[in-house]
Design a binder for this molecule. Structure first.
Ligand SMILES: [Zn+2]
Length: 270
């Protein structure tokens, strides 16, 4: 199996790992930024180094295991402070074993002992603001939603936005660590002020046009959210998950109870 990649824009590589999650390598003339690191079953540091001879700095869009476990192939990695604890939890044996189960289901051989014993990197604090890679600049933007410490990345020279799990064509907002859908919507609406033309997300390999994300965000109307239909997410029992379709062929799955509670509390405050 191994990694698949394509250079979706000049010096922008979207890389898919063997379990199907994507990361993005941004190659400047001075250094490279690896946004997310995948499940980490294979040496992502070595693979990224085959695409650039510049030093590579890993940064994470949020603390979930399918994005952070690959950071163990580096000595340090940065994420927003709010997701540090989540990343520590998701680096635990529980989530590593879950990853190995998924690998086994897909018939992927992994060195289990090495994977379970690989030390976590030193977690560094990712700061909001600009990173200059040399010829490519990256704006780190705090955008709580999918998790409290979710970050999105904007690259003006390529008119590109990397959304992390804050947006995929099917967006998951039902975990306990996700914010109420109303707060998520407000934060996502801010992103539309940026003049991006292209979008990459972690759970698809395609480079999308702006309209795809724009249709999704503008489609998150009260009507759509209130008429969301129950959907069974299987693994996270006890959460009343519902699904809305903000745009054609796109969906958002969220916690209806969290939306109701937030609506009530904020209505009462008015
Ligand atoms: Zn996630």
């Amino acid at each position: 199996m191994g990694f698949c990649f394509s250079e979706v824009l000049p010096d922008v590589f979207h890389i898919e790992d063997s379990l199907g999650v994507c990361m993005t390598l941004l190659c400047g003339s001075r250094e490279a930024l690896l946004v997310d690191t995948g499940f980490g079953l294979e040496d992502v540091a070595a693979f990224a180094s085959s695409l650039t001879d510049r030093p590579i700095r890993p940064v994470l869009t949020h603390g979930h295991y399918d994005h952070i476990l690959g950071a163990g192939w580096f000595s340090e990695a940065a994420l927003l402070e709010e997701d540090r604890e989540l990343a520590q939890e998701h680096g635990s044996a529980f989530w590593r074993k879950r990853t190995l189960e998924e690998a086994a289901r897909r018939g992927f051989y992994a060195d289990e002992e090495a994977f379970l014993s690989r030390p976590a990197p030193v977690w560094k604090k990712l700061e909001e603001g600009w990173i200059d890679l040399g010829g490519l600049s990256v704006q780190v933007i705090r955008c709580p939603g999918h998790t409290e410490g979710s970050a999105v990345f904007y690259i003006p020279e390529r008119a590109l936005l990397l959304t992390g799990d804050d947006w995929n064509p099917c967006t998951w907002l039902f975990f306990p660590e996700a914010l109420p859908v109303q707060v998520y919507r407000r934060n996502m609406q801010q992103l539309l002020k940026l003049p991006f033309r292209h979008v990459l997300c972690p759970h698809r390999t395609e480079l999308y046009e702006r309209s795809m994300l724009e249709d999704f965000i503008t489609g998150l109307t009260d009507d759509k959210l209130l008429s969301a239909k129950p959907v069974d997410n299987g693994a996270w029992l006890g959460i009343r998950t519902v699904q809305a379709e903000p745009a054609p062929d796109q969906c958002i799955i969220f916690d209806a109870e969290k939306m109701r509670r937030y609506g009530q509390e904020n209505h009462e405050r008015e």
